[in-house]
Design a protein around this ligand. Sequence first.
Ligand code: ADP
Ligand code: DAR
Length: 342
Amino acid sequence: MNYPEFPQDCKSLLSKHLSLEVFEALKDKKTSNGFSLEQAINSGVRNLDSGIGVYAGDKESYALFGALLDPIIEEYHGFTKQDAHKSNLNPDDLNAPNPDPEGKYIVSTRIRVGRNMDNMPLGPAISKEQRDHVEASVVAGLKTLEGELSGNYYPLLGMSKEVQDDLIKDHFLFKEGDRFLDAVGLNRNWPEGRGIYHNNDKTFLVWVNEEDQLRIISMQQGGDIKEVFTRLVSAIKSIETKVPFSYSDHLGFITSCPTNLGTAMRASVHIALPKLAADMEAFKAITDKYYLQIRGIHGEHSESEGGIYDISNRRRLGITEVEAVQDMYDGVVALIAAEKAL
Ligand code: ADP
Ligand code: DAR
């Protein structure tokens, strides 16, 4: 493999931190699952518009390719090798009365975490047999859930295109054919081994074997962020008794993408801010201040529609789950105040 040349306008953290020295030090290394540097960086090499451009093939990748991943993790999360991750999944510690009880701004709230099975490769390095085993293990665990969390599993294999398209359109199911995931081998054997579990109300959902082996999701209309968080915590605590999660004291919950390490949590609202949207400088000054990320209405790499934005916490590692949700909540309160003032 030759040292990849990135164009001047490439902004990915991969292009910034893959010096020739780091490349030479890592280019011939492979993890015990056979995952190489070339595989880890292929997404950023092929997709020059990547923000990060690198994925891990297993927990071991984070140590073996640390010369490249550590500076990327430090820059994205503000988290150094000396820092230790911490967790707090106690909803009582969240100070978040509904910031929009009249429903004038917040359309819906969604909080998700990524999880991967312990002692298994991550999606980029997993074999078909291992991925099918993960699906079977996770689904067996999900089928024991009770009360509000009880539901059904719907494999992608055999799902009608109409049902699949409706679930995606209504923000419940992951998109297909993501080119960033494709380039690191996360879409191999698609759609086999993939699917979605959800309860009847679709307020609790689990994606199986997309970017991570589990995406545990709580969502509902409106801005009752605390209720969404409380449901998610209850689900995480039930599932973890059935499925062992990959975790490290330093990096928290292990995920395929370094941006999701730690809490692996993204807490978001779909929120209508038409006046602020007319002043993106003021909008971004607030989202920067509260460590927020702005996405479009159909998630990552999508555009806003009708002045509605997906606003979520950007930090995931080195802060607790309560702090991640508090980041989002405090930012949303500030955004609503700014919208009201305009
Ligand atoms: P993630 O990586 O957190 O799963 P994506 O950005 O890929 O998120 O979005 C996944 C899906 O979740 C998309 O359909 C997106 O529209 C939907 N979504 C994200 N946040 C919300 C929200 N607050 N309300 C409703 N749907 C949401
Ligand atoms: N395509 C990757 C995505 C980075 C963060 N989003 C994830 N993991 N879904 C990029 O480098 O832009």
